[in-house]
Design a protein around this ligand. Structure first.
Ligand code: GLA
Length: 419
């Protein structure tokens, strides 16, 4: 295989959007090869035609760190995605090429699934592992080409998009039927058990079930969901602080917060065993028994319990096109995330402060796991272009960092790309 050829296809800069059309997020997007180019790359590497599957990243409008407490979240899929090209093998090996990392692996299925490599390949490997556990026939092996434009480590669910695209690819290639919710759960299991990040279900779920121009309100206990149209008079602007975060172990962030929250939950359960998750607890419970918790656990639990109420109120506000109310709830959610969940960082606080001073900004908050990443901003359509300029200039002058501000629309969930 001629690797120079593989890597020779340069990323193409997509032309900047002249204006901000209705129902679009305001984003300048990382360019990616077209599906036809990815298919050509696959053919050049493996000498067989591929099937192509795509799965999106997401932005979460409100409902942070509530998913693993059986709570409520309100994300939207975005049109940044991962594309996986797949073809069958007969030699029991997995050959996988990451266009983004410019790396190639060749392993037997057993070697790949035996242990984590602590690299990008853990995400597709974890999904193959979970699919095999489920009984999906993978032992003959596959050739894979993986390319994505979801910014990495930015809190926009690049990991989930790789997982879901891989799952769709393998299920599609093997003609194995699996309901969308089960695919999401299987990808979450891959990340929890194989990769070692104790994430909830939100990212994988919305990557499977997203809908164009809609936010998705997910009940993370029943996995029922409803779609809320994004009001046409508003734009959703995503500002990347360029501070990277990591959900995998060793970062002292996500998994630690989750453990602190679960320690608080156990105290509430010792008094009220019918509390299965923080979703079932109330502020009255916390007032009664919070003093038995560590101060950190008390704050984590307070964030989760109040955040669930905010999501339910936010859905109503969105449905009523009451953007002022939605923005207030975003502000409350951000304060709770910063002060009680303690998962913001100085750069994010600067972005939030800047956003709140811009005309036409209804609300701004950190989106995703925290400790860096992106803010999501709800901005009046006619102010969105000025908002983007002001954010870029203000953040640069305050931090010396050039924020990336992306353009996408609320997009559909994972799918096969017809060739
Ligand atoms: C990450 C996880 C999600 C969720 C968010 C925080 O994105 O993957 O499951 O917990 O953080 O809301």
């Amino acid at each position: 295989m001629d690797l120079r050829y593989l890597f020779g296809l340069q990323r193409k800069r997509k032309s900047a959007e002249p204006s901000i059309p209705a129902n679009r997020f305001t984003i300048l997007k990382e360019p990616m090869q077209t599906p036809a180019e990815i298919a050509a790359l696959h053919f050049a590497s493996y000498n067989v035609p591929a099937q192509l599957f795509a799965a999106p990243g997401r932005v979460n409008l409100i409902g942070e760190h509530t998913d693993y407490s059986d709570g409520f979240v309100m994300p939207a899929a975005i049109d940044f995605s991962t594309i996986v090209a797949i073809s069958h093998r007969t030699d029991g090996r997995i050959l996988a090429h990451s266009v983004n990392f410019q790396e190639h692996i060749t392993k037997t299925v057993d070697e790949l699934l035996a242990a984590r490599a602590k690299s990008w390949s853990d995400y597709p490997a974890g999904v193959l592992w979970a699919l095999r556990e489920h009984g999906v026939p993978i032992d003959n092996g596959f050739s894979l080409t993986i390319a994505g434009d979801v910014p990495l480590g930015a809190g926009l669910s690049s990991s989930a998009s790789v997982e879901v695209a891989t799952a769709f690819a393998v299920l599609g290639a093997t003609s194995y039927d699996m309901p969308l919710k089960q695919i999401a759960l299987l990808c979450q299991r891959a990340e929890n058990v194989f990769v070692g990040a104790n994430v909830g279900i939100m990212d994988q779920f919305v990557s499977c079930c997203g809908a164009q121009d809609h936010a998705v309100m997910i009940d993370c206990r029943s996995l029922e969901y409803t779609l809320a149209p994004i009001p046409p008079e508003v734009r959703i602007v995503i500002c990347n602080s360029m501070v990277k975060h990591s959900l995998a172990e060793g970062d002292g962030g996500y998994n630690t917060r989750r453990a602190e929250m679960e320690a608080g939950l156990r105290i509430l359960q010792s008094h009220r065993p019918e509390i299965k998750a923080l979703r079932d607890a109330t502020m009255a419970d916390l007032e009664k028994w919070g003093s038995e918790m560590s101060p950190a656990s008390l704050r984590r639990c307070r964030h989760v319990i109040t955040e669930d109420d905010r999501v339910l109120a936010a859905v109503e506000a969105f449905r009523a096109s009451d953007l002022t109310r939605f923005g207030e709830l975003m502000a409350q959610a951000m304060a709770s995330f910063r002060d009680d969940f303690e998962a913001s960082c100085p750069e994010i606080d600067i972005l939030i402060d800047l956003a709140n001073r811009q005309p036409g900004c209804f609300g701004a908050r950190l989106t995703g796991g925290g400790f860096g990443g992106c803010t999501v901003n709800l901005v009046a359509a006619d102010r969105a272009a000025a908002f983007v300029d002001a954010m870029r200039a203000g953040y640069l002058s305050a931090t010396g960092i050039a924020a990336e501000i992306y353009t996408s629309r609320a997009s559909a969930g994972a799918h096969q790309i017809p060739l």
